[in-house]
Design a protein around this ligand. Structure first.
Ligand code: GLN
Length: 452
């Protein structure tokens, strides 16, 4: 209960950060008192008393759920997302619902219908996105762990901007049941924490088979936390992609910080090879074509009829759809629905959608080839450190470039983690990204733990 009170008081003190859309004080305190009892009786679950915040894309029974969008005004979850249910079953305490970019579309948390989230390291800067509220909540000690979602970097990129550890597991490792869909073939639930060990414990609780999601893997879930303490290997083979150094707009301090880390990795007895990844320039366009295509289809269900916002100005069914969607969705979401509808339209389907699917397969194959020869690929997560609020709002291309390094893991479906890797000259955190092969989370966590 003390822990919950501590976080509740921090949430109040730091309300200007706008990290939470709702807080559940009575409920959290009540659960805490039950769990205090269980701890005394020796019957408490693995996450007893862990104070968790959830991004506003995860269903939690009886609580509002709206993907930071006006179109879901008034919507209340009827069931728990599987990940949420497993947290609760392990006696974690959910303290609130966290702000994010609308429908998880964005890289700065500026597209929320409820206003931007501020970075606690510098309130004039963005926390990254789309899981910005979830990142800031851990950064500012408003909760211990957050669950976010990572479709193209939304956990790793804000983790980097806020100096945290952020994991995107293998696609299908964690059930997506109860996660609001953005790009279903990319979407992963991810975990924010201050250290790798916390990520490991939460992952082993929420990962694994689920009858509610036919795409989730049935592979057994390792005891990730326990495996952290095992010596898996003394000498890993690490790959660094040559094309990264020439990438557009890469901040020199990030390049230097990564180079220093690579030296450190070599000195620790691992090998580092510089390799070619000629497909690098196609990763971002492939992601944005496919993610917007999937989003346009996923978001067609918000029609003003079934749930959420309905425009009061309607005269017939057509105008009900049009007005509810035009008034309910924000600009970024509308733009992506249009883009996605365009690439899926009969005349352009083959030129864009089919081609992007083919390129995606090539990117996955090439990434997997590298990961057959190497244990990890190491690269930056973001080309820059946290930028000022408003910097890219008028230039979507610039904003999309913030995802240059994060989308590869989603396009290929492999797991990737962000870990802190020093600061720039303004004292803003720099993140390092480590990518591993499918279902190699144990190894990934083990290696990244040694790096921090
Ligand atoms: N920034 C990327 C996008 O806007 C990734 C978002 C995400 O991972 N949810 O699509």
């Amino acid at each position: 209960q003390d822990l919950v009170r501590h976080h509740l008081s921090n949430i109040e003190k730091k309300s200007h950060l706008n990290a939470f859309l709702s807080v559940f004080p009575e409920e959290a305190l009540e659960r805490a008192s039950l769990i205090d009892q269980k701890i005394k009786n020796g019957t408490a679950g693995k996450l007893a008393g862990l104070v968790v915040g959830i991004k506003d894309v995860l269903a939690y029974t009886g609580h509002p759920l709206q993907a930071s969008s006006k179109i879901l005004n008034g919507f209340i979850s009827q069931f728990n997302a599987t990940a949420v249910q497993r947290l609760l079953d392990a006696d974690a305490i959910i303290i609130g619902r966290q702000n994010c970019d609308e429908f998880a579309m964005g890289s700065s948390n500026e597209s929320s219908a409820f206003g931007p989230v501020l970075n606690d390291a510098d309130n004039t800067r963005v926390p990254g996105g789309s899981s910005g509220g979830s990142a800031v909540a851990v950064q500012a000690d408003l909760c211990q762990i957050s669950l976010g979602s990572d479709t193209g970097g939304s956990v790793r990129q804000p983790a980097a901007f806020c100096g945290l550890v952020g994991l995107k597991p293998t696609y299908s490792r964690i059930s997506r049941y109860g996660l609001i869909a953005y790009g279903s073939s990319f979407d992963c639930i991810g975990i924010f924490a201050k250290c790798v060990e916390d990520v490991a414990v939460v992952l082993e609780v929420i990962a694994g088979a689920d009858d509610e999601d036919s795409t989730v893997s049935r592979l057994p879930v390792p005891q990730y936390a326990e495996e952290l303490s095992r010596t898996l290997s003394k000498s890993y083979k690490v790959a660094y992609v040559r094309e990264i150094d020439d990438a557009e707009g890469l901040q020199p301090e990030i390049r230097d910080a990564i180079q220093r880390k690579l030296d450190h990795i070599k000195n620790a007895g691992h090998s580092v090879d510089v390799i070619d990844f000629p497909l690098q320039e196609y990763v971002l366009p492939t992601y944005y074509i496919l993610a917007t295509a999937e989003a346009s289809s996923n978001l067609s269900r918000y029609d003003g009829v079934r749930y959420g916002y309905r425009s009061p100005q309607t005269t017939d069914l057509q105008s009900l759809y049009k007005k509810s969607r035009s008034e309910g969705f924000g600009k970024e979401v509308q733009k992506r629905i249009l883009l996605g509808t365009f690439v899926l339209s009969a005349s352009y389907y083959d030129a864009y959608y089919t081609k992007a699917q083919k390129v995606r397969r090539l990117i996955r194959e090439k990434t997997k080839d590298i990961l057959k020869q190497y244990d990890f690929i190491v690269m930056p997560i973001t080309p820059t450190t946290a930028f000022k609020i408003g910097t890219h709002t008028d230039n979507p291309l610039e904003m999309y470039l913030a995802d240059l390094f994060s989308v590869q893991a989603n396009v290929a479906g492999v797991p990737a983690i962000a870990v802190p890797c020093g600061e720039d000259k303004l004292g803003l955190p720099i993140g390092l990204q480590v990518i591993a092969d499918d279902f190699q989370e144990s190894k990934l966590l083990h290696f990244s733990d040694a790096l921090t």
